[in-house]
Design a protein around this ligand. Structure first.
Ligand code: F0G
Length: 332
């Protein structure tokens, strides 16, 4: 099964697919007892390239192929790049991605390169990359697969359908990280089409929180590199989504994000990337009521560097039984 079981609600045929969607929705007992809510995790890292981007990319690249496109391009903090590169490879078209130099997680870079995309490291941030890419596609016949492309939103709305089908009804609250604001827009569209209206609680990193401050942030900074964005393209749509749902967009600090990231891995057994943990950080910091779904947008393996700097170190050990015994049992 894949998200294409909702094909009758999608605008194209599945011309380019890797069986995306149909991701696990798992109970979070530890978070439930900490918050007093019934908390569930939508594990989007289980998508083919390890993030929710595949939901939108299968639809956007299918549409591009249908229209005869020979190349796709995007600006990205990493996950869109990895996904676009994979679907371009699958479709047999050229892929190009523009990423902020030195600011994307290692796993994502490895993916984009392995899938054969042309990877351009911009001396600038995501917002500048997106502006330049939008200009470039005016000059050259390339299909833009950022979430300014409505086919991306169409694909990503299936996350909302799945959650409602998995729970048998809509949750009371959906907690979701917000960067360029395409995903919160997509989930709201999905819930509306489903006839559901949970409160949307969007979370931005405190150093990259334009929607909270009500003004663009010129130099966004956060450990959650995926949402290091200062001027979201879907600004209006995101604000309409959260106000329409009687929800809000709030900020969480890097310390709160990293604490949630570690708790998810160590207590719930679910390894997501830092940006994804913003949804849980927000729930822990700001609370909620009832049945809550937190969207974990990307896999923890995307960003091994952040993991290794946060985790405890390995225990070196000689190859004798005494040494192994000490090492394993924690003796002196
Ligand atoms: N979580 C992760 C892991 C992401 O990669 C992104 C966005 C978001 C959350 C926020 O979603 O932008 O729709 O509000 N990543 C984009 C990228 C910007 O280029 O990969 P959004």
């Amino acid at each position: 099964m894949s998200l294409w079981r909702y094909a009758d609600r999608l605008p194209v045929e599945p011309l380019v697919t890797l069986d995306e969607g149909d991701t696990p929705l798992v109970r979070a007992p530890c978070l439930s007892s900490l918050t007093g809510c019934d908390v569930w995790l939508k594990v989007e890292g289980a998508n083919p390239t390890g993030s929710f981007k595949d939901r939108g990319m299968t639809v956007a690249v299918s549409a591009a192929v249908r229209e005869g496109a020979k190349a796709v391009i995007c600006a990205s903090t990493g996950n869109t790049a990895a996904s676009a590169a994979a679907y371009a490879a699958r479709a047999g078209v050229r892929g190009a991605v523009i990423v902020p130099e030195g600011k994307i997680a290692t796993g994502k870079l490895a993916q984009a390169l392995m899938h054969g995309a042309r990877v351009v490291a911009l001396r600038g941030n995501f917002d500048q990359a997106l502006t330049l890419v939008r200009e470039l596609v005016e000059r050259h016949p390339m299909s833009l697969v950022n979430s300014v492309n409505d086919f991306r939103i169409e694909g990503q709305k299936t996350g909302a359908f799945e959650v409602c089908d998995q729970l048998g009804e809509a949750p009371d609250v959906l907690c979701i990280p917000v960067g360029n604001a395409g995903n919160v827009t997509s989930w709201w569209r999905g819930f509306q089409e489903y006839g559901a209206a949970p409160e949307l609680h969007g979370y931005q990193a405190a150093g990259a929180a334009p929607l909270v401050q009500g003004a663009p942030v010129e130099s966004p900074e956060t450990v959650a590199s995926a949402i290091r964005i200062g001027n979201p393209a879907r600004w209006e749509d995101a604000m309409n989504a959260v106000t329409g749902s009687r929800g809000a967009i709030r900020a969480v600090t890097d310390a709160q994000i990293l604490a949630a990231y570690e708790l998810l891995a160590a207590r719930e057994g679910v390894f997501c990337e830092p940006a994804s943990a913003a949804s849980v950080a927000g729930l822990l910091a700001h609370g909620a009521e009832g049945r809550v779904v937190c969207v974990l947008t990307g896999h923890g393996l995307k960003d091994p560097q952040t993991a290794m700097t946060r985790a405890s170190s390995v225990i070196p050990c000689d190859a004798t039984i005494e040494a192994v015994e000490n090492a394993v049992m924690g003796g002196g």
